[in-house]
Design a protein around this ligand. Structure first.
Ligand SMILES: C[S@@+](CC[C@H](N)C(=O)[O-])C[C@H]1O[C@@H](n2cnc3c(N)ncnc32)[C@H](O)[C@@H]1O
Length: 305
């Protein structure tokens, strides 16, 4: 009798565990499906907008999955980075489990920058790439860290100065779409995790082409499209269920990390970005997927005349 009761209790416990596992799986599927549906809707809106070539005051662009007026986007992006600047480096380490350092070091090694070169670290933020380039180009070279956001520039300047990196770095507040530099100034330009935030990405690529010296290189390190369905689903769940919560906990700002997850999904995938490079005039354009395509490094050359 006692054995029967024990067996029935065990069965009940196992049924409850099964139900709870099923609920969790269904919740995760829901998060992943919602992300896919919202992304599809936002992409459709963006496509409709692009097809409507009529210039109008009300022309909009995407800010994550939201549609905003074109002239409002830069200010909205600025709000994001003013808000997170102080905790930006810590959040990067936490969110990527430190892997962003590896992505960046691969970018540096592929850049083939040498002593005496002049490098533009565009959308340079808190200066991770600038710091490494500053050591490579030495006293004869120069690194310009350009960013549209004064808070990010202030964090970069303090961080790099405290590391003793002075003398060959310039900090410039600038919009990538209207660079305040003369033609043919730089041997290499990098953009790490900046391009997806720009309002007019094509215009920025054309500006970079203009300021590069003949033979110069553009390297864009950016979130891209995972190449495997399973990885893509797991990544969706992580991005939409974990990142905004982590942002709330650490940076006291979940909206900015919701924007991060959404802006990644709205960014052109590998082949589309490659075509944008070519449209801007770059040749020998190639890309390397990293971490299964979660991130891609695009490289293009300004052919010498
Ligand atoms: C995610 S952070 C990347 C910072 C740094 N490159 C890194 O990899 O850690 C994106 C940076 O892009 C900058 N940014 C956004 N829109 C910009 C624009 N139109 N022109 C220049 N910088 C821009 C932001 O201010 C921010 O510092």
């Amino acid at each position: 009798m006692q054995e029967n009761t024990q067996a029935s209790q065990n069965e009940q416990a196992s049924q409850e565990e099964q139900i709870s596992q099923e609920e969790q799986i269904s919740q995760e599927e829901q998060i992943s499906q919602t992300a896919e549906t919202k992304q599809a809707e936002a992409e459709k809106q963006a496509e409709n907008q692009a097809n409507n070539s009529q210039e109008s005051e009300n022309q909009t662009t995407h800010f994550g999955y939201k549609q905003v007026r074109i002239d409002e986007k830069a200010a909205k992006v600025a709000d994001v980075f003013h808000s997170v600047a102080g905790k930006y480096d810590l959040m990067n380490d936490l969110m990527s489990f430190g892997i962003h350092r590896w992505w960046k070091s691969l970018t540096i090694s592929n850049a083939k920058v040498r002593a005496g070169d002049s490098v533009l670290d565009l959308a340079g933020g808190t200066g991770d790439l600038t710091a490494e380039f500053s050591k490579i180009v030495g006293k004869e070279g120069k690194v310009v860290l350009a960013d549209i956001n004064s808070s990010m520039l202030a964090v970069a300047k303090e961080k790099l100065t405290n590391k003793g990196l002075v003398g060959n770095i310039e900090y410039v507040e600038a919009n990538a779409e209207e660079l305040p530099f003369a033609d043919e100034q730089f041997t290499c330009t990098t953009i790490a995790f900046g391009l997806r935030n720009f309002t007019n990405k094509q215009k920025a690529l054309e500006e970079i082409f203009r300021v590069l010296k003949p033979g110069g290189t553009l390297m864009v390190l950016e979130f891209s499209k995972p190449q495997n369905k399973l990885l893509s689903k797991a990544y969706d769940i992580y991005s939409f269920a974990v990142l905004p919560r982590l942002g709330k906990l650490i940076a006291k700002d979940s909206d900015s990390y919701q924007y991060l997850a959404e802006s990644i999904r709205m960014h052109p995938a590998q082949e589309e970005l490659k075509s944008m490079f070519e449209k801007a005039g770059f040749t020998q354009v190639k890309y390397h997927n990293m971490t299964g395509g979660i991130v891609a490094l695009h490289i293009g050359t300004k052919g010498s005349n």
